[in-house]
Design a protein around this ligand. Structure first.
Ligand SMILES: O=C[C@H](O)[C@H](O)COP(=O)(O)O
Ligand SMILES: C=C(OP(=O)(O)O)C(=O)O
Length: 366
């Protein structure tokens, strides 16, 4: 961060200070600022190394190959709705890595390592924001534990997926990511389309919360284009960021307004919509969210329906997403009283169900 931010005043009720702060360009009186490491500092402290960087590039290429139809495996992005306990996430990752080795001939498993959560109104915003789960918002620690965790999961051989919500956070993590979601609440945002245009990872754009897929077609075309946009360099200095465009993006159907959009008619309509604007008709279905009518137990049903469409020859269906944790369901965020391996955001299916679904899918695809 620049030196001028060091001098920003902390909270004060003084009008005089507020006026002085406003006219000097420093923080307004009601805003406090705490310094964060720059992306460059964090990446130097927790480097990726040549071997892991090569592994991630291979994983990205494998995902691109599936989306381009060069690899006929099914892409499955699976894991907790959000990470709140890195130890439980690692336990999940070890199980997933073992499962991945058993099914890798038919499925490419990518772990959801979501450290940012978009909220409908307010709520806990994720590990990167509040790793202590108590409103202390120690984001410096949040960034560090998020990067450490993603690096450890990568070292287990798993590709890592996350939603990128705050564009400023991307440089801290993007070298670790094989697949990125732009969420239903941000697919229409120009900032997120610019962000996607500069990522090496494959990007899935979710349809809007109301179900509109037109915004995804716009997002994919915008992200494929080069952009110049406001950004920060790795040392935190403001820069004009110039991107080359990302041709490796796709639609994610997640349902909308509580109504699913994974069934044959929806998939065929989405296929036609992509084709009409000259985009490759390949997509992923998110088994959760509105596709499960927010009931995690319906995820299996969605998964099996999509698998059946795929087995019936629907080549547009390239991937699936599942919200899954060590144990089924969800719990209220009550520090000190949390059950191990249970989601604190959306309800998830448990490990046994996940394992069964993925093993039987691989078997049927064989
Ligand atoms: O997957 C996550 C949630 O559906 C999303 O973050 C919105 O959560 P909320 O409605 O609980 O805020
Ligand atoms: C927030 C998520 O999804 P959506 O953007 O579809 O609501 C998610 O997958 O965690």
């Amino acid at each position: 961060m620049s030196a001028s931010l060091d001098a920003a005043p902390t909270r004060t009720d003084s009008d005089a200070v507020a006026h002085e702060a406003a006219s000097s360009g420093a923080a307004a009186s009601h805003i406090t600022r705490r310094q964060l490491p720059t992306a460059g500092e964090l990446r130097r402290a927790l480097p990726l190394g040549v071997d892991l960087a090569r592994q991630i590039e291979d994983q990205r290429q494998a995902i691109r190959d599936i989306l381009a139809g060069r690899d006929d495996r099914l892409l499955v992005v699976v894991g907790p709705c959000s990470i709140h306990d890195p130890q439980a996430a690692l336990e999940y990752a070890r199980r997933l890595a073992a499962l991945s080795a058993q099914v890798s001939d038919r499925l490419l498993l990518v772990m959801r390592v979501y450290v940012e959560k978009p909220r409908t109104t307010v709520g806990w915003k994720g590990l990167a924001y509040d790793p202590d789960l108590d409103g202390s918002d120690d984001m410096a620690r949040g960034l560090k534990v998020s990067r450490e965790l993603m690096r450890e999961i990568t070292a287990l051989g798993l590709p890592v997926a996350t939603e990128l919500l705050q564009p400023m956070l991307a440089p801290y993590l993007e070298d670790l990511l094989a697949w990125v979601a732009i969420g239903a609440r941000t697919t229409e945002s120009q900032l997120h389309r610019e962000l996607a245009s500069g990522l090496d990872a494959v990007v899935g754009f979710k349809n809007a919360t109301g179900g509109d897929i037109g915004v995804v077609l716009d997002a994919m075309r915008a992200a494929a284009h080069p952009h110049s946009h406001f950004g920060l360099d790795p040392e935190g200095r403001p820069v004009v960021q110039q991107t080359v465009g990302n041709a490796h993006t796709h639609l994610v159907l997640r349902g909308g307004h509580g109504e699913p959009n994974y069934q044959t008619a929806h998939v065929q309509a989405a296929r036609r919509a992509l084709e009409e604007v000259g985009l490759t008709p390949r997509m992923m279905v998110d088994c959760s969210h509105a596709n499960a009518r927010k009931d995690h137990r319906r995820q299996s049903q969605v998964f099996l329906d999509v698998l059946a469409q795929r087995l019936a020859g629907e080549t547009a269906l390239a991937g699936l997403m599942i919200e899954s944790h060590l144990h089924e369901g969800k719990q209220a965020l009550a520090p000190g009283r949390l059950r191990h391996g249970v989601s604190v955001t959306d309800a998830c299916i448990g490990w046994e169900t996940t394992e069964h679904l993925l093993q039987s899918a691989a078997e049927r695809l064989r």
